[in-house]
Design a protein around this ligand. Structure first.
Ligand SMILES: [Zn+2]
Length: 215
């Protein structure tokens, strides 16, 4: 069954969602719900949906999140807050630099195939400390550890671009992670059929706004 997008912000619909297995919204509705929540956050008109004891009891029976977000571990970028969502809404993966190693990809893959997620957002952010470290250490030889190693392709791809090297690498990293996710044949087929959206964004620490990179 499809729910109107407005219903996503109403806690009472949670019971309907919890009782209904599989996807509860379309890919477009799932993405719109994220963007609507971010708009509320930016202007300070938060609704704090799905954070009541009743919703907690409902989602304890099973989770059917409508979206997944891969974000940085940075304490200033928690998806549930910057998208103004609550329990059972967003399947969240957070790791420094929002890089996608095999475990991260497997987690996101699981959320789409088994939990009914219909929009996946890869979310970088401005002035990311992990990316700053990767850009600074780009010329270093040898083993730099798994996180900086994951960021190296983005730093290399953005080298020589006009503008700020860190901001450019942040964007390239989001784009490369999306490409890695799309390497899954099943997810790629779902994107082609319109069942799934995989999008990228960059969060602005100062304004709270998300600049969409790809839709
Ligand atoms: Zn970061």
């Amino acid at each position: 069954m499809m729910l109107a997008i407005a219903a996503l912000s109403i806690a009472t619909t949670r019971a309907v969602i919890a009782a209904d297995h599989g996807p509860t919204v379309t890919a477009a509705q799932a993405l719109q719900a994220l963007l609507d929540g971010n708009r509320r956050f930016v202007v300070g008109k938060l609704e704090h949906p799905n954070q009541t004891p009743e919703v907690r009891a409902d989602v304890a029976k099973g989770q059917h999140p409508f979206a997944s977000v891969l974000a940085c571990s940075d304490s200033r970028t928690p998806p549930e807050i910057i998208f103004d969502r609550g329990l059972g809404d967003i399947f969240t993966v957070r790791v420094a630099g929002n890089v996608a190693d095999k475990v991260v990809i497997e987690s996101l893959d699981y959320s789409v195939k088994h939990l009914g997620v219909r929009a996946v957002m890869v979310l970088g952010h401005r002035r990311c400390g992990a990316v700053i470290a990767a850009v600074a250490g780009h010329e270093e030889e040898g083993d730099v550890g798994p996180m900086l190693s994951e960021l190296r392709p983005a730093v290399a791809a953005s080298k020589g671009m006009a503008g700020d090297p860190v901001e450019n690498a942040v964007r390239e990293n989001v784009i490369l992670v999306i490409k890695n996710l799309a390497a899954s044949a099943e997810l790629s087929a779902m994107v082609k059929s319109g069942e799934l959206k995989i999008v990228g964004g960059v969060y602005d620490l100062d304004t709270g706004m998300i600049e969409m990179l790809k839709d």
